[in-house]
Design a protein around this ligand. Structure first.
Ligand code: LRH
Ligand code: MN
Length: 406
């Protein structure tokens, strides 16, 4: 059993990034159920994100999405976030909601549309300069709905051209994270459908290009932790968009649908030393040859969720706690006993080591951790008792609640 003090130290250093859009109204094509007290602008979204950090202590950054979080001066937004106790994290581009993008954005057959899309991506890097953000996160809805609609290879060449232009624009401490998704809104081809396509583009671009794994973007039954292990081994896992799903891209609370899968994913991250820069606990040494491989870049642990029916701030707090619980269990794995059983070919013993950690109730350990961090043991209860939820409902009257604008 690993030393619990070391486990708590690792958990204190493990940071989770919140999505600004989780605090706005969201829904499905059938209905967006508005909620009272929803923020009306990125400043109020930052205030709500700061509440999650206030009660969990491990969510110090909020990702923004442009134009959903469009504002006149992004440095002012960054200063406001700082005032509230957090920082602006990844900048998400959006080239999937403009009429011009019906046949795609950077992959569109029309050069005028591609030029417009590229201009938006470059504007997002300007915004990163203003907010001090390190990560540009790129997701493209680009694809086709019918065989023959467009040339698969030509679209890839157009994509590569745009990515190259963005890559050249990045500053030394900036990077681009390329997110893949199997389908939706395109239903025949998606131009970045899987980890292989994203990785190929990243390898062609350079070390500042890495892959984002959105846990809701795979076909049912895909072994996501295998993909994570491969990307970590290649030094190209840039981050996660954490959420959970029962069927498709449901964007439900991370760990809600499949906490065991989340645990298995974080086991691969801990083992590879990807939990946070400087992590030492729980790392499994690799063969000398492999150890020469490029080191894992910092992994961004971002949530990408929509709280269509549940109260949004408590749901974000619960989601952060779900990641903490899975991470704590992964850190409790007795890696030397695991390695010994694996090398001995003792299948049942090896599986038992992992299941013992997974079946460990880590909630008391996390309550003690929060106590040491000067936080209440139950962050959700503490937030609900604060009256902040009622305050924003009474204050945020007038104006229009934020949403996806879809
Ligand atoms: C696409 C996606 C992407 C975001 C959006 C909010 O499904 O996962 O990460 O831009 O959701
Ligand atoms: Mn995502």
């Amino acid at each position: 059993m690993p030393d619990l003090t070391a486990v708590k130290d690792a958990l204190k250093n493990h940071q989770i990034e919140l999505p600004s859009w989780a605090f706005g109204n969201s829904g499905t094509r059938f209905k967006v159920f508005g909620q009272p007290g929803v923020p009306r602008n990125p400043f109020e979204k930052a205030d709500d994100a700061a509440q999650v950090h206030k009660y969990t202590g491990v969510a110090p950054t909020m990702a923004v999405h442009i134009p959903w979080d469009k504002t006149d001066d992004y440095a002012v937004l960054a200063a406001h976030a700082h005032e509230a106790g957090i920082r602006i994290g990844a900048v998400n581009s959006n080239v999937f909601q403009d009429d011009d993008y019906k046949l795609g954005s950077v992959c569109n057959p029309d050069p005028r549309v591609r030029k417009k899309a590229l201009a938006h991506l470059l504007e997002c890097v300007d915004i990163m300069d203003a907010t001090g953000s390190r990560d540009l996160k790129l997701w493209f809805a680009d694809g086709t709905n019918y065989p023959g609609q467009d040339d698969i290879t030509a679209r890839q060449d157009r994509l590569a051209e745009a990515l190259r232009a963005v890559y050249e624009r990045l500053g030394d401490d900036q990077r681009m994270l390329l997110e893949y998704k199997l389908f939706e809104p395109s239903f025949y081809t998606t131009d970045v459908p899987d980890w292989g396509t994203s990785l190929l583009h990243c390898l062609a671009l350079g070390p500042k290009a890495q892959v984002v794994v959105d846990t809701g973007h795979h076909a049912p039954g895909v072994n996501i932790e295998f993909i994570v292990a491969m990307l970590l081994a290649a030094g190209r896992l840039g981050g996660f968009d954490f959420n959970s799903r029962f069927y498709a891209d449901d964007d439900l609370m991370v760990g809600a649908a499949d906490p065991f899968q989340l645990f298995r994913i974080l086991h691969e991250v801990v083992k590879a030393g990807g939990l946070y820069p400087g992590q030492t606990l729980g790392i499994t040494a690799r063969s000398a040859a492999a150890a020469a491989q490029p080191k894992s870049p910092p992994v961004a642990f971002m949530l990408d969720q929509c709280h269509n029916i549940e109260p949004k701030i408590p749901a974000q707090i619960r989601s952060v706690m779900n990641v903490q619980e899975a991470t704590a269990k992964a850190l409790l794995i007795d890696i030397s006993a695991l390695r010994d059983a694996q090398l001995a070919g003792d299948v049942l013993a090896a599986n038992a080591v992992l299941m013992d950690a997974y079946n460990t109730d880590v909630r008391p350990l996390l309550a003690r951790l929060r106590d040491e961090m000067g936080l209440a043991p139950d962050p959700v209860a503490a937030y609900l008792a604060s009256g902040y939820g009622e305050k924003i409902i009474s204050e945020r009257t007038g104006g229009s609640p934020a949403g996806w604008g879809a």
